[in-house]
Ligand binder design. Structure first.
Ligand code: WTA
Length: 652
């Protein structure tokens, strides 16, 4: 756990309380406190009520079948996700309503109404079919934040293909690994995207990945357009590579939505775990859509006049659930932005809020801490008076950042929803309901109605501070790990019987509120992105000069955590700053820039237990400059003293 107990006690002494403003509560989607009890006494009935707000081609006959650790929801039900996100609203006469309000980093804009988005999705779905994509086939999506990312996801769901979105910041190697693990048939990419004024050349990365992706038969390339496309030539391989716009213009406009079983695969999303190999988290159709629909409506208190903006990237689960599926299933008006928050200046997000009249804003604590550091004058230059609800996700939010968000962005009038969930949970699990919950800075408060969690000791005994556990199945839970059900069982279901182990530490306070304390496994959370220590270690050991590496997280003011690597070099290789830079770049190349270690410490030995296990806790203490804890199990205590010295020299 990253917080030491002193800081934790301070946190739990937090006594500032923020009840929902009266006018907010009066018109809130959820303002009857009895919902918690009703949902707890009949969770299946509760979730069925939400599910029945969606369109089903055929009704389910059984709500839940729980054969631990496998759950099935809404058995026998047939539906289609793109139908629920698009056709349903167009058929209800809302085709002219804006669905996506997109802005590129250079300031170019595009708007899609629900009817236009439906037409684009149908055409592209037909385009995919013309490339031989059918139900159950896997399609990798490696795109910048352009409208086509949402179109591609929805087009897959329309024909029953399974998408695997890979974040555009991942390297060719990472992309190839994911293509191969999923045995993807088609890759959808773009010539490039803008990031802080520079072009991210995605097709070039994709070409490198394709050299080691034998299952990919066809590649679709979106032309990002404008100056980018003019200055970013791409090589198209005849027969394999196809321009998106050519496919779409050649395609028939109508594409009936495939009738999918509630338990048919919807998508795979790779996420870091405790081994060197990311795991493909598998989500299915009916339960996932039900819970993202319900939580978007209830947690973000969506009303017709809202303009909703989630600043995540579609490459992460937040983008899947709270840019695309949840909001569109609710017929929301969704802002989508391509670029960085500080381009061309540090006021960009606030200018966008003013320009689009954003009312609901959802971002990560790491971004909030960066805004805080940049100063109040940037948000001060824009009119943020339309904002009425703020959200956070991705990591624990420190009370100071919460208070700043509340005061400077929320003008002291907007409730804040601190939402805890994971790629694996698919949708929000622990969160305030903004019309009901009295919030306190730094706590995600209570489970969403219908969700049951516990805090447990290793033994399974309930406690007030320990491991976060989810004790009953929920609709949007992961169904398995793609191609590795054993890993699914051992990662999440082996600690306690029939109870889900989340990998986070948590504490319950005297109000019963839950405080999430961060990961308890070897997963780092760097600027809200999950990175496995083992992944970074494998990338380092892959370098010809390295024998052994150990990677730990180090507290970081903005990013929450940054990466510290302790590296042992091969005999005879001299340490140098150049080598350090080379190692950092090597990790960037193997995984992606987000995984680059902030510091690299060269060491002749790593601290190990007598049984040979690297003592990560010790390394973390060293990286954070703390007095080193218990070293009695250490094989060679002198190693620690040497390391401490080296680290101090590095920092100094
Ligand atoms: C962390 C992101 C504290 C947590 C949706 C979890 C949080 C991991 C919060 C999942 C929060 C997410 N408070 N910690 N509100 N939200 N986390 O899979 O450690 O990218 O296990 O999903 O982020 O990260 P993932």
């Amino acid at each position: 756990m990253s917080s030491d107990s002193g800081a934790l006690d301070d946190l739990l002494r937090e006594d500032r309380r923020f009840p929902p403003p009266r006018d907010f509560a009066d018109r809130a989607v959820m303002n009857d406190p009895s919902v918690y009890e009703r949902a707890a006494s009949d969770p299946e009935g509760y979730w069925s009520t939400w599910a029945s707000e969606l369109d089903w081609f055929e009704p389910w006959h059984t709500v839940l079948e729980w054969t631990p650790p496998h759950a099935k929801w809404f058995l026998g039900g047939k539906l289609n996700v793109s139908h629920n996100c698009l056709d349903r609203h167009v058929q209800a006469g809302r085709g002219d309503r804006p669905a996506l309000l997109w802005e590129g980093e250079p300031g170019d804009t595009r708007t899609f109404t629900y009817a236009e988005l439906l037409a684009e999705v149908c055409a592209f779905a037909n385009g995919l079919k013309s490339l031989g994509v059918g139900k159950g086939d896997r399609v990798t999506i490696y795109l910048p934040m352009v409208p086509e990312a949402a179109v591609a996801m929805l087009a897959c769901t329309r024909i029953g293909a399974v998408h695997s979105v890979v974040f555009g910041g991942f390297s060719p190697d990472s992309l190839a690994d994911r293509n191969n693990d999923a045995r993807a048939k088609v890759l959808i990419t773009a010539d490039g995207g803008w990031r802080r004024g520079s072009v991210v050349a995605l097709k070039e990365n994709a070409d490198a990945a394709l050299e080691q992706s034998p299952t990919i038969e066809h590649v679709v390339v979106v032309e990002r357009g404008g100056a980018l496309s003019a200055q970013t030539p791409v090589t198209m391989v005849p027969g394999r590579d196809h321009w998106y716009h050519e496919l779409v213009s050649a395609a028939a406009p109508d594409c009936p939505a495939e009738s999918m079983d509630a338990e048919d695969l919807l998508f795979i999303l790779y996420t870091s775990g405790t081994t060197g190999k990311p795991k493909g988290v598998v989500h299915t159709t009916g339960g996932y859509l039900t819970q993202v629909y319900a939580t978007t409506k209830a947690v973000f208190d969506l009303h017709d006049d809202d303009v909703y903006w989630c600043t995540a990237d579609v490459g992460w689960v937040t983008g899947h659930s709270y840019i695309v599926y949840g909001p569109l299933a609710n017929c929301a008006q969704v802002v989508m932005y391509e670029g960085a928050p500080d381009f061309p200046d540090r006021g960009r997000f606030w200018q966008l809020c003013e320009k689009y009249g954003v009312t609901i804003f959802y971002t990560a604590p790491t971004a909030i801490r960066a805004f805080m550091r940049w100063g109040d004058s940037w948000p001060g230059q824009s009119d943020l008076s339309k904002l009425r609800l703020l959200g956070t996700v991705g990591e624990p939010i420190n009370p100071e950042a919460w208070m700043w968000y509340h005061r400077v962005i929320g003008g002291e009038r907007c409730p804040i929803v601190d939402t805890w969930w994971q790629t694996e949970t698919g949708a929000i699990m622990i969160t305030p309901l903004p019309g009901l919950t009295e919030t306190k800075p730094g706590t995600a408060t209570r489970p969403f109605p219908g969700i049951q969690v516990a805090i447990k000791e290793e033994s399974g005994q309930e406690t007030s501070a320990g491991y976060l556990a989810i004790t009953t199945p929920w609709p949007s839970m992961l169904r398995t790990v793609w191609g590795d059900d054993e890993r699914f069982r051992s990662t999440y279901w082996s600690k306690w019987e029939n109870v889900y182990f989340a990998g986070d530490g948590a504490k319950r306070d005297e109000d019963g509120y839950l405080w999430i304390l961060g990961r308890v496994d070897d997963v780092l959370n760097v600027a809200g992105h999950r990175i496995g220590t083992m992944e970074v270690e494998s990338a380092l050991v892959d370098h010809p000069s390295v024998v052994e590496a150990a990677v730990v997280g180090k507290a970081h003011e903005i990013k929450g955590e940054s990466i510290a690597a302790f590296v042992t070099l091969k005999e005879g290789i001299a340490t140098s700053d150049a080598l350090m830079a080379e190692l950092r770049d090597h990790v960037g190349k193997k995984i992606g820039p987000i995984a680059k270690p902030e510091i690299v410490v060269f060491t002749a030995d790593l601290p190990k237990t007598r049984s040979g296990k690297i003592m990560r806790r010790l390394l973390r203490d060293i990286a954070e400059g703390r007095t080193v804890g218990d070293t009695t199990t250490l094989a060679d205590p002198a190693v620690v003293r040497r390391l401490q010295q080296m680290h101090e020299e590095k920092e100094g």
